[in-house]
Design a protein around this ligand. Structure first.
Ligand SMILES: Nc1ncnc2c1ncn2[C@@H]1O[C@H](COP(=O)(O)OP(=O)(O)OP(=O)(O)O)[C@@H](O)[C@H]1O
Length: 234
C-alpha cells in the first residue's frame, strides 16, 4: 500500500492553519519518528496519514484504494483505549471483527497476552491494569491484526523505563515482521533508539526530514539543532 504521498496537505481549524501545506512521501520501509514542539502538528500529521482528518486542501494518497488502505493500518493513541472487558476479550475483539474462527481467536489472543507479560491476567478486567500494561494491551490489540502500517501517538508518554523498553521491543519485533511504523514521540532517546528516519515539525510544517544515520549528527536547521539541545523551539 506504500508509498503514501502527501501533496500540499493542509488542515485548517477555525480559520487557523494547524497543518501544512505538507509535501511528503512515506517510503516502503522503515520506522519513521515524528518529533517537534507541543502544538507543532505531530498528531494532526499522523491523523492525516491515517485518513481520519479532513483536509482543507491537498491530498494524501496510498498506492491502493482508500478502503483497502484503511483496513490494513492501525492507530494507537497516547491514552490507550481498552474495552471494559477482560484482557482476553480485548485481544479477541479485533480478531472477531476480522471473522477469525473462535478457537483460533482464543489461541492467538493467549499467545499475545503471554508476549506482553499478561499471560496470567487473561480474566483481569483491562480497566484494572496499570498504565504500562494497558498501553501494551492497546499495542497488542493493534498488532494482532497484523497491520501493514502502524501509527502511534506518543505511546510511551508517562510510562517508566521498563514499560517503555517492553513497548520498544514489541515495536522492533513488529518492524522486523514487516510492519511499517510511524510514531510521534517527545523522547529524543527513544527517537535515536528506534528511528530509521525522522520528521521534524515546527508550526504545522515539516521543518526538516532525513535518514537517522545523517539527521541526528548533521541537523541542517538551527531549529533542529536547538531542539536536540533541549532548547525551546517555537
Ligand atoms: N480540535 C481542535 N480545534 C482547534 N485547534 C486544534 C484542535 N486540535 C488541535 N488543534 C491545534 O492544532 C495544532 C496542532 O496540534 P497537534 O495536536 O497536531 O500538535 P502536536 O504536535 O501533536 O502537539 P503535542 O505535542 O502537544 O501533542 C495546535 O495548535 C492545536 O492547538
Amino acid at each position: 500500500m506504500l508509498p503514501l504521498e502527501l501533496s500540499g496537505a493542509t488542515v485548517r481549524r477555525k480559520g487557523k492553519t494547524v497543518l501544512g501545506p505538507v509535501d511528503l512521501t512515506l517510503a516502503q520501509q522503515g520506522l519513521t519518528i515524528v518529533i517537534g514542539p507541543n502544538g507543532s502538528g505531530k498528531t494532526t500529521l499522523l491523523r492525516v496519514m491515517h485518513g481520519v482528518e479532513r483536509l482543507s486542501a491537498g491530498s494524501a494518497e496510498w498506492s491502493v484504494p482508500h478502503s483497502e488502505a484503511r483496513r490494513r493500518q492501525s492507530y494507537v493513541f497516547q491514552s490507550p483505549i481498552v474495552l471494559r472487558r477482560s484482557v482476553l476479550d480485548n485481544l479477541c475483539y479485533p480478531l472477531k471483527l476480522m471473522k477469525v474462527a473462535r478457537r483460533d481467536r482464543v489461541a492467538t489472543a493467549r499467545d499475545w497476552a503471554a508476549r506482553i507479560g499478561l499471560g496470567d491476567a487473561l480474566a483481569t478486567p483491562a480497566t484494572r491494569l496499570s498504565g504500562g500494561e494497558r498501553q501494551k494491551l492497546a499495542l497488542a490489540r493493534a498488532l494482532i491484526r497484523k497491520p501493514d502500517v502502524l501509527f502511534l501517538d506518543e505511546p510511551c508518554a508517562n510510562l517508566d523505563g521498563r514499560a517503555t523498553r517492553d513497548i520498544e521491543a514489541l515495536l522492533l519485533g513488529a518492524r522486523a515482521a514487516g510492519t511499517r511504523i510511524v510514531m510521534a514521540t517527545h523522547d529524543m532517546g527513544q527517537a535515536r533508539r528506534l528511528a530509521t528516519d525522522l520528521i521534524f515539525m515546527v508550526s504545522g510544517r515539516v521543518h526538516e526530514t532525513g535518514h537517522a544515520g545523517h539527521i541526528f549528527t548533521h541537523p541542517e536547521t538551527p531549529e533542529l539543532t536547538a531542539f536536540y539541545n533541549g532548547d525551546i523551539v517555537e
